[in-house]
Design a protein around this ligand. Structure first.
Ligand code: GLN
Length: 490
């Protein structure tokens, strides 16, 4: 087995016992990228020099006998909507094609403080709007399990980089499913933390009341370790909360007294039979481990997509107003005699892609004076109903299990011209964002065509520990982790 195929905690053991170095691990990761990223397209920008510099520094510190954080020396990929100082951060958009942030996102400061080794910036849907990584200005990312398939989105590059061993772990962002859905489709673990658990400072905003940064990793233990490294209060994000970073330590807690909720509304038409079968098998495995099952109802689930697409587009239309060609980013090459507003108009119509424009249009409409009450306000009320559904359900259970997505990965091009079809792929992930609760996707099987299936576990606000413990117990019992895309790709 190559070093880049190991998990972070496996590499940590080798590093601590002196059997390898961060430099060697980093070399293995870049060798894989050099060989295969031409076909996968997980990365937009690589920062090789910085990575090797840091890897050597970390190795030196370790040699000097300094106490090292758990993820010291581990290569990490970063979604390209997370600001990295002096390293291009594009959001996969032409409008930010040449944006070099003058500051570091808090999560980046944290991973640097953890002595991790940033490898590069990963491809995504433009401004994180999409479910397939096809709306990127820089081209599509291919699913390592089958190159004709999408990797999911919007954190498709982050998921594919880990699935294809082109990074050990990565960071993504999740507004309506963008960590969990690509994790499910690429056969890796993706965690959306509770809203407020991780600072959003330096995350380029899409929909600020829904966005959260989280880990994509090869297994659950790595997910807990990376969450520990990035969570906590940040004075620069007033929605962030002070929480103890002790998830990795609590992982192996017993789940035999846990009650697992099975929501009626998540096993409905549109759910592919193979996905349903795999999820039901996984539920049986958890039952075998002693967990009790409890039917629960989340009656407003049907309204989640409509609610999300009103709130998310409203917030996006406001957040994206800053890209006007004046302060930074792309500007229309001046034709003589343009007024200021003509320059704005041309800049934005040239700089944004089709999906982003669709959302700005929708969001501006629902926020307009005549329609605000009918759409935006109503959506906020329904959001409260959806949150109440979860609160009620969590009165009866400790966590809730569901599929991550209704289908496995679909073909590149299959849904790109049908936005409503595309929006439906997040039907099971969006409610957790609307409610602000944590949710994780872990691999739970393969389709007949050999594509990964994701199992989603949702938890109470700030109770990542229970969902991580449940995910860990399942992973140990089922061990899908030993199956990799290697046999049937490239
Ligand atoms: N696919 C959803 C959307 O297009 C969610 C995206 C996300 O979580 N960033 O908005």
């Amino acid at each position: 087995m190559e070093l880049n195929e190991l998990t972070a905690h496996e590499i940590r053991n080798l590093l601590e016992s002196g059997k390898t170095s961060s430099e060697e691990v980093t070399r293995a990761v870049f060798a894989k990228i050099d060989r295969e990223d031409g076909q996968i397209g997980a990365y937009i920008t690589l920062c090789k020099e910085w990575a090797f510099d840091r890897a050597k520094t970390v190795d030196r510190k370790r040699k000097d006998g300094q106490a090292m954080p758990p993820l010291a020396g581990i290569p990490i990929a970063i979604k390209d909507n997370i600001c990295t100082r002096d390293i291009r951060t594009t959001c996969s958009s032409k409008i930010l094609e040449n944006f070099f942030p003058p500051y570091q996102a808090t999560v980046v400061e944290k991973i640097l403080a953890s002595d991790m080794v940033p490898i590069g910036k990963t491809n995504m849907d433009e401004f994180a709007m999409g479910s397939s990584t096809e709306t990127s200005f820089f081209g599509v990312t291919h699913n390592p399990w089958n190159l004709e398939m999408i990797p999911g989105g919007s954190s498709g590059g982050s998921a594919a980089s880990v699935a294809n061993d082109e990074a050990i772990v990565s960071l993504g962002s999740d507004t309506g499913g963008s960590i969990r859905q690509p994790a499910g489709m690429c056969g890796v673990v993706g965690l959306k933390p509770t809203y407020g658990k991780v600072s959003r400072f330096g995350l380029i905003a899409f929909a600020s009341s829904l966005d959260q940064i989280g880990p994509l990793t090869g297994d659950v233990e790595d997910s807990a370790l990376l969450l520990d490294a990035i969570c906590g209060h940040d004075a620069r994000d007033s929605t962030s909360v002070d929480v103890p970073a002790n998830h990795a330590k609590a992982l192996s807690g017993s789940i035999s007294k846990n009650i697992i909720g099975i929501p009626d509304e998540y096993f409905v038409g549109g759910l592919e039979t193979e996905v349903e079968t795999a999820v039901r098998e996984a539920i049986k495995v958890l039952e075998g481990l002693g967990a009790k099952l409890q039917r629960v109802s989340l009656p407003h689930t049907d309204y989640a997509i409509a609610t999300y697409y009103i709130i998310a587009t409203a917030e996006a239309s406001s957040n994206l107003a800053r890209y006007d060609g004046v302060k930074y980013g792309y500007r229309h090459k001046a034709e003589k005699g343009l007024s200021l507003s003509e320059m704005y108009g041309k800049t934005r119509s040239e700089g944004f892609g089709v999906e982003v424009k669709r959302r700005i249009g929708l969001g501006t409409y629902t926020l307009s004076a005549g329609y605000y009450d009918a759409y935006y306000l109503k959506a906020q009320r329904v959001r409260t109903l959806i949150r109440n559904d979860f609160e009620k359900a969590f009165g009866k259970c400790d966590c809730i299990i569901a599929p991550t997505s209704p289908t496995a990965a679909f073909r590149i091009g299959e849904k790109i011209d049908n936005p409503l079809q595309m929006y439906l792929s997040d039907i099971f992930t969006i409610p957790a964002n609307l409610a602000g609760i944590p949710a994780i996707s872990i691999p739970c099987g393969l389709t007949r065509d050999g594509l990964p299936i994701g199992l989603q576990i949702m938890g109470k606000a700030f109770d990542e520990t229970t969902i991580l413990q449940t995910a860990y117990a399942y992973e140990q019992a089922a061990d899908w982790r030993t199956i990799t895309p290697d046999g049937n790709k490239l």
